[in-house]
Design a protein around this ligand. Structure first.
Ligand SMILES: NC(=O)c1ccc[n+]([C@@H]2O[C@H](COP(=O)([O-])OP(=O)(O)OC[C@H]3O[C@@H](n4cnc5c(N)ncnc54)[C@H](O)[C@@H]3O)[C@@H](O)[C@H]2O)c1
Length: 358
């Protein structure tokens, strides 16, 4: 089996925590090019994960000209579009971190480039590969949930503001918790509903806790001077078929309902949430029932089987998409709709008006 030659741009948190270890574990990739504007980071990643002849770059425009099959884009959101487009134009297939882009205009440029160059553009919404999400998707796909007409996308943290990197920087990221973690929850929700036809979006964004100094933050104190993005944001999304979605995202909120990368859906035949493992609720033989599928662990207590993490599945699937033409689970057009909705929440929050889609 041929290994794919891979290059990676942005050797920070997610590259080292998710992509590089899973790529190495899979044995499907030979990672030969590492780029970061901070050279030390690229060198460290190369030493840990690179092939013997791997090279280090400071400029992504040089990396994309290398003899590579795939380029991973794991930089802050601001450069997702430019780097992905440059890689596709250089003939490489792309794995780009979420969110696809800061704005719908950037996402559209990425889609145009993918179509023009006929390259794969895969957005790294790895939560779709979780076992609970994949199982629920099967229930939705098979019609067992009925028509889903109400859903909630949950991305609520009580105090877990990311204090590393550029997460608090509006220009670099395009926003705060909404674009950072709201994006996962909304992606899961739209995917379960299989509904990407948006009619309107109403949103509100808050900067209420970012100025506080008594923080209790999971990732250490943030600098109130640097915290320019919202600390929480909420959206109400109306779909063209009448279905509605409530979207809630925060890094800091006075709530005990902490839920991240989760969806709750209500269909005409059944409902589901992920609040205590995956729970399916329905009426069965005239009785309200709750089913909790056993998604983890084997039947024998000393052997739990070879369970794959979402990160492992992501790398294996990307390999099959690129090498064998397998179907993408995350279609870039779907990721672009997520970005369009998030941008509309911000626009609505700013103007106080509902944003209508054509
Ligand atoms: N899928 C997930 O669950 C998940 C989780 C965390 C982060 N992310 C995404 O990953 C991306 C990066 O986040 P992170 O936490 O790794 O941030 P990070 O700051 O830890 O790492 C980003 C790296 O990119 C480098 N960089 C910035 N601009 C560059 C450029 N133009 N060329 C080359 N290198 C450049 C930085 O020096 C840094 O080392 C973001 O888009 C974020 O939304 C996704």
């Amino acid at each position: 089996m041929r290994r794919l030659k891979a290059g990676i741009v942005g050797c920070g948190g997610i590259a080292n925590a998710k992509h590089l270890p899973a790529m190495a574990k899979s044995g499907l990739y030979e990672i030969t090019a590492f780029c970061d504007v901070i050279e030390e980071r690229a060198k460290e990643a190369k030493d840990r994960f690179g092939s013997e002849d791997a090279r280090v770059f400071l400029d992504y425009r040089e990396l994309v000209q290398e003899d590579l099959d795939v380029v991973y884009v794991t930089t802050p959101n601001r450069s997702h579009a430019d780097i992905s487009i440059a890689a596709m134009e250089a003939g490489k297939d792309v794995m780009c971190e979420k969110p696809m882009a800061r704005t719908y205009e950037e996402a559209q440029r990425m889609l145009e480039a993918a179509g023009r160059t006929k390259r794969v553009l895969n957005i790294a919404y790895q939560n779709r590969y979780r076992r609970d999400a994949a199982y629920l998707k099967e229930l939705c796909r098979s019609g067992e949930m009925g028509e889903i007409y109400f859903a909630k996308a949950h991305a609520l943290r009580r105090r877990a503001v990311p204090t590393w990197g550029v997460f608090l920087n509006e220009e670099e990221q395009g926003g705060g918790p909404l674009i950072d973690i709201g994006t996962h929850a909304l992606d899961l929700t739209l995917w379960m509903m299989d509904n990407y036809e948006v009619a309107s979006v109403t949103g509100a964004a808050f900067h209420k806790l970012s100025c506080q100094t008594d923080q209790g933050n999971a990732f250490g104190d943030w600098d109130p001077e640097l915290f320019k993005v919202e600390d929480s944001a909420f959206g109400f999304i109306r779909m063209k078929n009448g279905a509605v979605i409530e979207l809630e995202a925060s890094w800091a909120l006075n709530t005990l309902e902490v839920d991240e990368a989760k969806t709750s859906i209500c269909g005409t035949k059944a409902g589901a949430d992920m609040k205590d493992g995956l729970r399916i609720n329905r009426i069965h033989h005239n009785v309200p029932t709750v089913e909790k599928p056993e998604l983890f662990g084997g039947a024998v207590d000393f052997f739990s089987g070879d369970e794959k993490s979402a990160a492992d599945v992501e790398q294996e699937l990307f390999y099959r998409i690129v090498a064998d033409g397998a179907k993408q689970t995350v279609e870039p057009e779907q990721a672009a709709v997520v970005t369009r909705i998030l941008e509309a929440v911000y626009r609505s929050a700013e103007s106080g008006e509902t944003v209508y889609f054509d």
